[in-house]
Design a protein around this ligand. Sequence first.
Ligand code: KG4
Ligand code: ZN
Length: 351
Amino acid sequence: MKPILGIETSCDETASAVLDAHGQILAEVVFSQTKEHAAFGGVVPEIAARAHLKYLPELVRHSMAKAGVACADLGAVAATSGPGLIGGLIVGCQFGKGVAIANDLPFLAINHLEAHALSARLPGLSDHDVAFPYLLMLLSGGHSLCMAVTGLGHYQRLGGTIDDAVGEAFDKVAKLLGLPWPGGPALEALAAEGDPRAFAFPRPMLRRPGCDLSFSGLKTAVAQAIHQRDGIALGQQERADMAASFQQAVLETLADRASNACQMMRTRFPEATILVVAGGVAANRSVRAVLTRAAHRHGFELLAPPPRLCSDNAVMVAWAGLERARAGLIDDIGFKPVPRWPLETLRGATP
Ligand code: KG4
Ligand code: ZN
């Protein structure tokens, strides 16, 4: 197969990447719309869609030039087509279809969650062969999921959040602490200066059976601790202590849920030995460290893509496209982008 073009526009990252037929990265570009949304303290869907419209054509052109690949050299086009913010999805999906139609190429409508799920299989990321089945913890701004990945397009849900996603909790607590948006990385940096035992925040779901997650109670506990100060501005050390204590509660919860998920995986798929963590929150060094320890306790190896491939990017989209194209899972050019698209409903490869 010839090189593949990948396009990502499901949230607030506009991204384009070109991979060769073996999955080697020829070019990758990401434009984070941080400035566009910062004043609003979160992603504004309408602004995101317009920014994708403005930046995507130039980003695609730039990535193709960087890769030294012309449209005529491409073998396929893959674009994130759900789940996500519908305005951005329409921009990326329709742009990808346009390139596919103009050059008579197969089109792959990529599920954003599957792109995160498969990213650890990119060649050269680790010494391990990330073969199916493996355990996946997808920790992002919109999703927190524990899944058994049993094949391309084949997913079994083991657990997930019953309220806020873990990245959402990081973002909301960061906002409460007056940190700039996006909050996750800023909160991690502030937590490094604080005492994780300073505040006794709840550990949601700890020691409950299964691997469901919940973060809204923890977020409320942080909000109450701030409001109890009755308008007295928090000092820098107290803010750092709160950030560290919040992150510690998240870490203990994630470690506990990962332990249960490993046990569930071992029961259902005894041959599985790998836990993949993906999504923006997987860029957090402490999260990677606690999940590594939890995985080891259960005889699993933790694999996490490098931080730049944990947050939204087009390399993972192109890679998912390559995997699906190899399996013959080409999509109809009339595919309509969808804001909701659970992994369990994907069209999968024949085992
Ligand atoms: O996967 P992603 O880029 O976008 C979605 O698909 O949601 O994840 C973004 C989320 C945001 O909530 C962001 O604050 C969080 O990942 N995040 C982090 C870190 N880096 C990104 N959370 C905690 N620590 C980090 N270092
Ligand atoms: Zn994502």
